[in-house]
Design a protein around this ligand. Structure first.
Ligand SMILES: Cc1cc2nc3c(=O)[nH]c(=O)nc-3n(C[C@H](O)[C@H](O)[C@H](O)COP(=O)(O)O)c2cc1C
Length: 202
């Protein structure tokens, strides 16, 4: 069984509609650690050693956050700048994260069709995440496409519940080593990974 670490970042959690619903029940899943960065570090004074040890204890690392200015909330940038040290996370002897799985779990105000080459934003979410993909790969991690909830302003509670269930199913699939990571890497969205039922004889 893989151990999953969710690094959660929402600077205005009290105002959150979608992330709040998306994480429902997640911290109770076996082998999942839910770590709220803004709650732990309201002044952004990140404890680098603590974060590095947490990473070492897990096999799958997830950045979960709302999409802000085509990127992450600020604390996740600060976290990358401080925690991913040369000689530890990258560089010739920086092998601490080698082989771990990484992906983003994102909510966006923009609709799915707006994130395409001929849509409003002119490119995909996966393309916009390229700096994070390159960072993960520099740290020798296995990068997977993002899990995305689009069009957050227009989502009703029932749809949110469906996304919550899908997210949990995907987390359990990765945790139980039942995801073909190479096949998953080719997708635009982790949401699209085919999920079979338990009795489908995987
Ligand atoms: C500062 C800020 C920047 C944002 N930037 C983007 C953006 O670049 N693209 C986008 O689709 N939505 C953007 N949004 C909308 C948020 O992604 C959306 O409100 C959020 O995902 C909803 O999740 P929540 O209910 O958990 O807050 C932005 C919102 C804020 C407040």
């Amino acid at each position: 069984m893989k151990k999953i670490l969710i690094l959660f970042a929402h600077p205005a959690y009290q105002k959150s509609r979608i992330n709040k619903k998306l994480i429902h029940g997640v911290s109770e899943i076996e082998n999942v650690t839910f770590h709220d960065l803004y709650e732990r570090y309201p002044e952004l004074d990140i404890d680098v050693k603590f974060e590095q040890n947490l990473l070492l204890e897990h096999d799958v690392i997830i950045f979960q956050h709302p999409f802000f200015w085509y990127s992450t909330p600020a604390i996740l940038k600060e976290w990358q700048d401080l925690v991913l040290e040369h000689g530890w996370a990258y560089g010739r002897n920086g092998l601490a994260l080698k082989g771990k799985v990484f992906f983003n779990a994102i909510t966006t105000g923009g609709k799915k069709e707006a994130y395409s080459s001929d849509g409003f934003h002119g490119c995909t979410v996966r393309q916009l995440l390229l700096p994070i993909e390159k960072t993960a790969k520099l740290c020798r991690m296995q990068y997977l496409p993002p899990f995305v909830v689009h069009g957050t302003h227009a989502i009703d509670p029932q749809q949110t519940q469906i996304y919550n269930s899908l997210y949990i199913e995907i987390l359990e699939k990765i945790r139980d080593d039942k995801m073909d990571l190479q096949a998953a890497q080719e997708l635009q969205y982790l949401n699209d990974y085919p999920l079979k039922k338990e009795n489908d004889n995987e």
